[in-house]
Design a protein around this ligand. Structure first.
Ligand code: PLP
Length: 382
């Protein structure tokens, strides 16, 4: 495994700069954490659940590890709005998408070959390397709009798709996803579809779930998260959908997942699941939408500033991430230093997400509006 230098290096360089320039008003747009607090509806639901846990009559102890029915039902109904029909038995609640993305690998053979887009969320590569699996890469670049499509000469057993993508902000359309679904079904591969940012899609033609694509229920597993949607980055809750129809070598993948989870996991806390359920209430939905609109306003502000400077960028529209091309052929880390020293802005060098990320740079809309406005002015004056 390669050392994970990215966020360590960002922190080290930022701290050193801050030490040399004690008063520098640094704006941090590096790590993709949210800044808005939990929606009020979630806080209210968790407080109520806390009281229930303190009452002998309503206290809850161990429960089934797949999650409470109230939350799985709410998720099932959410899918129904996308015209996707899933049963609650196919939905598994967890402490977040990251854990499930790593844990799912327990049910695959070490001989399986994993195909990972480059650049992408580094967890896909590292979890496969940790379990001794071979990783091959699908190049994502400007030529394919950062949405690589399958090459039938390449064989893989596990295929990762992240849409909307971290870090590029690219989103697959239905035709492109259909190509992956057909390829996976032909090759007996399994697609691991990361939909952590689906709530940021505003273009109605773009799919939020791989299960909107015909044939996906025989080849795909979907990972979702409340982290970026409802600010659960510290609270922790996510869910994974494993369809009944997904069978490989005569084995139900869903049953294998249940077996894995019941062995190593005892479920996410009741209090947290009540908070997550509130995300789907009328009140919760309005509050979550307001938060997402707020972050998307930030990306629009950053995008406008980059346009004014003539800096090319991708993403931003259906994603909280802006993926910019470093100006003047600077490398990702050269631009990091440039932006830090000239504008006091910290971003994320694209090279940290894979070799194709070199020469690119990620900014996020997850900051505060006030900081984003200041950052945009600094960029314009750069
Ligand atoms: N998937 C992607 C693409 C992410 O960028 C992240 C977090 O940044 C996650 C999953 C992790 O989500 P969670 O907080 O639910 O573990």
């Amino acid at each position: 495994m390669k050392d994970s230098y990215l966020f360590l290096n960002i922190a080290k360089k930022t701290n050193e700069y801050q030490k040399r320039n004690p008063g520098a008003p640094i704006i941090k747009m590096g790590i993709g954490d949210v800044t808005l607090p939990l929606p009020e509806a979630c806080v209210k639901a968790m407080k109520k659940a806390c009281d229930e846990m303190g009452d002998k009559e309503t206290f809850r102890g161990y429960r089934s590890d797949e999650g409470y029915e109230f939350l799985r039902n709410a998720i099932k109904d959410y899918y129904k709005e996308k015209n996707v029909s899933i049963k609650i038995d196919e939905i598994y609640i967890s402490d977040g998408a990251k854990s499930d993305i790593g844990n799912i690998l327990d049910i695959f053979s070490e001989d399986c070959i994993a195909m990972v887009p480059d650049p992408v969320y580094p967890v896909y590569v590292d979890t496969n390397i940790m379990s001794g699996r071979k990783v091959i890469f699908a190049d994502a670049n400007e030529y394919n709009g950062f949405t690589p499509v399958p090459d039938r000469n390449v064989k893989a057993d596990i295929i990762y798709i992240c849409s909307p993508n971290n870090p590029t902000g690219a989103v697959y359309n239905k035709e492109q996803l259909k190509a992956w679904v057909d390829y996976a079904n032909e090759q007996d591969a399994v697609i691991l579809f990361d939909a952590a940012y689906e709530a940021f899609i505003s273009d109605e033609k773009l799919p939020h779930s791989i299960f909107e694509i015909e044939g996906a229920n025989t080849c795909a597993i979907e990972f979702c998260s409340f982290s970026k949607t409802a600010g659960f980055t510290g609270t922790r809750c996510g869910y994974t959908v494993v369809p009944d129809a997904l069978v490989r070598d005569g084995r139900s993948i869903r049953e294998l997942w249940v077996r894995r989870q019941s062995t190593k996991y005892n479920g996410n806390p009741y209090i947290i699941q009540r908070g997550a359920e509130a995300v789907f209430s009328a009140e919760g939905r309005a509050q979550v939408k307001a938060n997402i609109d707020y972050y998307k306003q930030n990306t629009a502000i950053l995008g406008k500033a980059l346009n004014e400077k003539g800096i090319t960028y991708f993403g931003g529209e259906n994603s909280p991430y802006i993926w910019l091309k470093c100006p003047d052929n600077m490398s990702s880390w050269e631009f990091f230093d440039f932006l830090l020293t000239k504008c006091n802005i910290v971003g994320t060098p694209g090279s940290g997400f894979g070799k194709n990320g070199e020469g690119y740079f990620r900014l996020t809309g997850f900051g505060s509006l006030e900081n984003t406005l200041v950052a945009a002015e600094r960029i314009k004056a750069m």
